[in-house]
Design a binder for this molecule. Structure first.
Ligand SMILES: Nc1ncnc2c1ncn2[C@@H]1O[C@H](COP(=O)(O)OP(=O)(O)OP(=O)(O)O)[C@@H](O)[C@H]1O
Ligand SMILES: O=c1ccn([C@@H]2O[C@H](COP(=O)(O)O)[C@@H](O)[C@H]2O)c(=O)[nH]1
Length: 230
């Protein structure tokens, strides 16, 4: 079992619209008992912005007619910070350190859980999760979102899209491209994908709300999801 588990927790499951308190309550219970059973395992949770990030970004676009990426990204980052503070408080006292807002800075990790938010413009929290995985020596990253797998196309707009259980980074990056746009909805952000590819990281994309499946991933049993690796 990995000693440090890094999870990119999609804002789409934490705060799809308002906060999903029911999911967070189940997630908190599950993660707490997992850590109780597995001494020495630490968890890094990097949380996204979800519905509020998109809504505030859209309000800025509507009011100003501007598509200023840096301004839009800072709005999104503020939403990730609010979600991160909620998670940090929910996991108190297991999470003893402040929310990580810069994954390249000095990072104290004295508890069992570390919570991170967005950092700076140019990418999503997926990228911050890749930086933290590299920083803490994790060879794989678990990306929990509102989709069970990566599909051949966006399943929300194409009902004929087929699930893809395994992808190389080359194949995945051909699907999502290289360009970042604030609030982009993709299974894993293109800038993060490039960094993960370069670093030889393996990423599992799975449904965050399927707690049984999450247990299977954490405990090394067969699971439903997409594995992306070199
Ligand atoms: N090929 C694809 N396979 C699966 N999902 C896709 C694909 N292309 C686009 N998507 C979309 O990506 C969405 C997941 O990304 P989204 O950014 O909404 O989630 P998140 O990372 O969990 O949330 P947040 O970005 O708020 O942290 C899915 O709901 C789906 O509509
Ligand atoms: O390091 C970061 C992290 C996030 N952003 C911006 O915030 C939103 C919401 O984050 P998600 O991970 O997509 O939920 C994102 O779309 C970016 O606009 C950022 O700029 N830098």
């Amino acid at each position: 079992m990995d000693k440090t588990i890094v999870m990119s927790l999609g804002g789409s499951i934490v705060a799809p619209d308002g906060v999903d308190a029911e999911f967070l309550s189940i997630f908190r219970h599950h993660i707490t008992s997992f850590l109780e059973k597995h001494d020495g395992v630490r968890l890094i949770l990097v949380v996204g912005g979800g519905g509020p990030a998109r809504r505030y970004q859209q309000a800025f676009r509507t009011i100003t007619g501007s598509d200023d990426h840096a301004l839009l990204d800072w709005i999104g980052i503020a939403a990730t910070r609010l979600n991160a503070e909620l998670l940090r408080a929910l996991f108190h006292p297991l999470c003893a350190d402040p929310v990580v807002t810069d994954p390249t800075a000095e990072i104290p990790f004295t508890g069992r859980i570390l919570v991170a938010s967005g950092w700076k413009p140019g990418f999503s929290t997926d990228f911050d999760a890749v930086l933290l995985a590299e920083r803490f020596g994790a060879r794989r990253l678990l990306n929990l979102s509102n989709i069970a797998m990566v599909y051949s196309d966006d399943p929300r707009t194409n009902p004929d899209a087929t699930p893809l259980p395994r992808l190389s980074w080359k194949e995945f990056r051909a699907m999502v491209g290289d360009e970042w746009t604030p609030g982009k909805n993709v299974p894993f952000d293109p800038v993060a994908a490039r960094k993960a590819h370069e670093g030889g990281l393996s990423v599992i994309i799975a449904a965050g709300k399927d707690i049984e499946n999450l247990s299977a991933i954490l405990e090394g049993r067969p699971f439903r999801g997409t594995v992306i690796e070199s």
